[in-house]
Design a protein around this ligand. Structure first.
Ligand code: FEO
Length: 398
């Protein structure tokens, strides 16, 4: 049974988190492998004369959500429901809550969110707010800031008393063993899952991350309460900076990401030499490999792109094209992790070299900087070719 957390985070005003640890999910958005799971965080703010619910959970957990929420407030007593983002991992429980609430609450969303609530659930009685609009609820002022494409065009964040309810903004995968960022070890373990979440889910729109985070930097933020993962109370700026670093592709000095397929060991032989060379030059490699016995997760490969200095691919020729697994990886990198980073290819073919042209065509309009493609026939490795291409890469990195 997935774990449910109901905890008070602030006392004045009373802010409670309702967190569901989804450890049953395997493929976020039915595509990204997440054995680490993901949490859905909703929040309840109890004011003098008003109860404000921020977001919700995925529909599968409606029963658990109703139970958790009812432990804090009678759903009939909810006066306002804020829908920061309509993706059903946050809004799936909304129809049932509205039913229990007898549709008394004022629903607040962006104007795009209002349209999507109608198309998803037939909900039409929504108060649409505009960018920076302030709404007085009981004795508090709520400010709604539009952050389009973080992650959908409907997305906004809610700001009250220095607390930012970010929904997807500042979220991450995995199920941290604490509610907030007070434990450094937990934060350090968690941040790579944030990177993975950002690139998998929002990577396609990463320019909007920079825009959105810069917009939020004008607010005085004492805490960020996102829709997934850890609450940021100790150091909310840290997660915003992390989002910026990932979006901008800030690299670690010595990190290189290596991805390859090997059907019968020929590419593996080449890549062993490549990796030995790079390690002997002090580089730390993250290696993702497709073979007939194991498969890398594409979502994990994407996670390793933003903070790498360079990318190295080893590819088998398959029907005069890239191996299908590598074709898929490249496609996703170009879509989600299209950064200005140098890239080197090592290709192995059986009877005809043909992949270099395909790769160059694929990369033509991308930000990736093509350095070289070293082509080899079967087990024949031309003396000095690998060394030469690595030297060329290292000159590029200097
Ligand atoms: Fe967490 Fe875009 O939904």
């Amino acid at each position: 049974m997935p774990k449910v957390w109901v905890e008070q985070i602030f006392t004045d005003p009373e802010v409670h988190i309702l967190r569901m640890d989804d450890d049953r999910i395997r493929y976020f958005e039915t595509v990204w492998d997440i054995p680490e799971g993901i949490s859905y965080n909703a929040y309840l703010i109890k004011l003098n004369g008003a109860n404000v619910l921020i977001d919700g959970w995925k529909k599968n957990y409606t029963h658990e959500f109703v139970e958790a929420l009812s432990s804090l407030v009678d759903p009939k007593q909810i006066t306002h429901i804020v829908v920061n983002h309509t993706e059903p991992d946050h809004s799936g429980t909304l129809p049932e809550i509205l039913k229990l609430n007898e549709n008394k609450a004022t629903i607040i969303a962006s104007s795009f969110g209002k349209r999507l609530l109608d198309s998803f659930y037939g909900i039409t009685n929504v108060q649409a707010v505009s960018d920076n609009q302030e709404v007085q609820i009981a004795d508090r002022r709520f400010n709604f800031v539009m952050t389009p494409w973080l992650h959908w065009p409907d997305t906004m964040v809610t700001y009250m008393d220095g607390i930012l309810f970010g929904c997807d903004v500042a979220g991450g995968y995995s199920l941290p063993s604490t509610i907030d960022d007070s434990n450094e070890k937990i934060v350090e373990e968690y941040l790579p899952y944030v990177t993975k979440y950002i690139v998998n889910v929002i990577g396609h729109y990463k320019n909007y991350i920079v825009e959105g985070v810069q917009k939020l930097s004008t607010l005085e933020i004492k805490a960020i309460l996102p829709g997934h993962g850890l609450v940021w109370k100790k150091d909310p700026q840290r997660i915003l900076q992390h989002y910026l670093d990932v979006a901008s592709g800030v690299a670690k000095e010595k990190k290189i990401c290596v991805v390859y397929d090997s059907m019968y060991g020929f590419v593996e032989n080449v890549m062993k030499r490549v990796m030995d060379l790079l390690r002997s030059r002090g580089f730390e490699l993250t290696v993702h490999r497709f073979s007939d016995e194991s498969e890398a997760f594409v979502g994990d490969i994407l996670k390793d792109i933003p903070d790498s200095r360079a990318l190295i691919f080893g590819v088998s020729t398959y029907e005069a094209d890239l191996h299908p697994k590598m074709r898929h990886v490249l496609y996703e990198i170009l879509d989600k992790a299209n950064y200005e980073k140098p890239v080197v290819f090592f290709g192995v073919h059986g009877w005809a070299a043909s992949v270099e042209i395909t790769v160059k065509k694929l990369l033509k309009d991308s930000k990736l900087r093509f350095i070289s493609f070293v082509e080899m026939k079967g087990s024949k490795i031309e003396e000095g070719k690998i060394e030469q291409s690595i030297e060329q890469l290292l000159e590029e990195l200097e």
